[in-house]
Design a protein around this ligand. Sequence first.
Ligand code: M6R
Length: 610
Amino acid sequence: MCGIVGYIGREQVSPILLDGLTRLEYRGYDSAGLAVFHPEKGLQVVKARGRLQALWDATQQGQAVPGTMGVGHTRWATHGAPNDINSHPQVSQSGKIAVVHNGIIENYVKLKEFLEAKGVVFASETDTEVVAQLLEYYYHGDLLDAVSKVLHRIEGAYALGIVCADEPEQFVAVRKDSPLIVGHGVGFNMIASDVTALISYTREVSYLNDGEVAVLTRDSIQVYDSLMRPVTKEVVHIDWEISAAEKGGYEHFMFKEIMEQPKAIQATISPRIQNGQIVLDELNITQEQLQQLDRIYVIACGSSYHVGMAAKYILERLLRIPVEVALASEFRYSEPIVTERTLAVVISQSGETIDTLAAMREAKRLGARILSIVNVVGSTIARESDDVLYTWAGPEIAVATTKAYSTQLAVVYLLALDFAKKLGKLNEQEYETLVAELEQLPEKAQMILDHTEEIQYFASIYFNHNSIFFIGRNIDYAVGLEGSLKLKEISYIHSEAYAAGELKHGTISLIEDGTLVVALAGWNTLFEKLMSNVKEVKARGADVIGVATQTHAQKLSTQVDSALVIPDVHPMFLPSLEVIPMQLFAYYVALMRGCDIDKPRNLAKSVTVE
Ligand code: M6R
């Protein structure tokens, strides 16, 4: 959601900014722009609505906008339509200060009124313009001083890149509740919303903390805290391969990432299983703290929330501790019952989702211990947690998550088994069997991925449906939620996921001739019950795709129109296998409908506004 890139150095900056913005495209946006300083031309601002290609074209691949210092932005519209006026950079009245911004300035109306009363004329509908105008109001020859004054007046979430035509030897970056990273180069320095925009130029980065301000010149980066005291930042080396963030011959990132799942699951579990024993060195939680836990909250959004739904079944079954799964955006407003004996398991691919971050901070404030499951190393959620278990999925670019979901599940299994062992809830034999099954998951996932033709065929039969239902019981229901979300996100087909037994309490009224129902029947002991639900919908005209394990393959094929069989697996690990056909089905359906799979409409990869 919105992307920022900034550069100061000796190279022509526009192509660098455009390249960085291209790498941030996946975050989601609807317009883009650049502000570049040139000694003779001053501050040049170019903006273009729509895809980034329009900005590449408008600047003749960057060549038409010379200069060696500037900032760029991809905007996901919040305040005002996505047009050239509302796009960033936003400039001050005189045109000498330009600002790019991620986040929302919550008190912008009041500040706008204040400035208008002083005669300032606003050009856009954005909250961001207030920052540019306020900076000019406070600017008396010292940009850092003006920034410090503005920070005392603005409220909300922001990552800002600020350039001033009167101070072309430097630019300023600020961060509060919205991600921003500083990249250390030789003879140049950069900022970006995330590392994917930086790694072609530098792998040495520092993560700004909330309230910190960075002043970048070609040869130095000075960071200040919110009281403008200099602080020394740790420099972290990023070892992600650039190729991991490129398509590598695949048509879409989503398909590449679906295919990468066995490898990603392997990378997440292998280093943590030694001689058949799970070793989670990263955890700081003590045996005593573990024994005192009387409640677990899983807090997350979207697909990460669906992992949480599956985690509830797994953790409760193994630990016999009550687990509540909370939508992060609701958690804060639900007066949650949290004590020092509560563990909050916070799940997030990006580690920057603002709803999740806010809920996590609330849980912490109320006394919970925070254990996060995060993919992006150094992200805010990871840094603010008591314990972090990283998923080693590598960069995930497609908006629709696949490999991050699978690795989050893998971490949940590791955690559940480790805690169960430590709490004496599993005997040695049960533990060994489950760990051995876990180790087989990458291979079983690969078996499904080796035969995508069948799923592609089913997609070709059903891609024209307007409404698709997913049903399942127990953990299968959690997978249905994810299958339904995948389909909605990228194919724009209306879809609902229901606990299969709940259908007859209302939703079954929507089933009519030709309605497609995807029935997840992996949980072996509930197979027959699920087949009864299949009969109910078939009796009302539904077409049914059924998913079950090899054990029930034969029976399944007699009950449904299209059968998808997955390898036999312990029910606890079902989501990891069942989800793959769901992802592929959504992918192929979207492909056949001609949708923009990696950049679905209205969506952003990292949701950094509430
Ligand atoms: O980065 P996070 O895991 O915190 O993101 C949470 C959701 O925004 C995310 O899972 C979203 O639902 C995905 N687009 C699903 O594919």
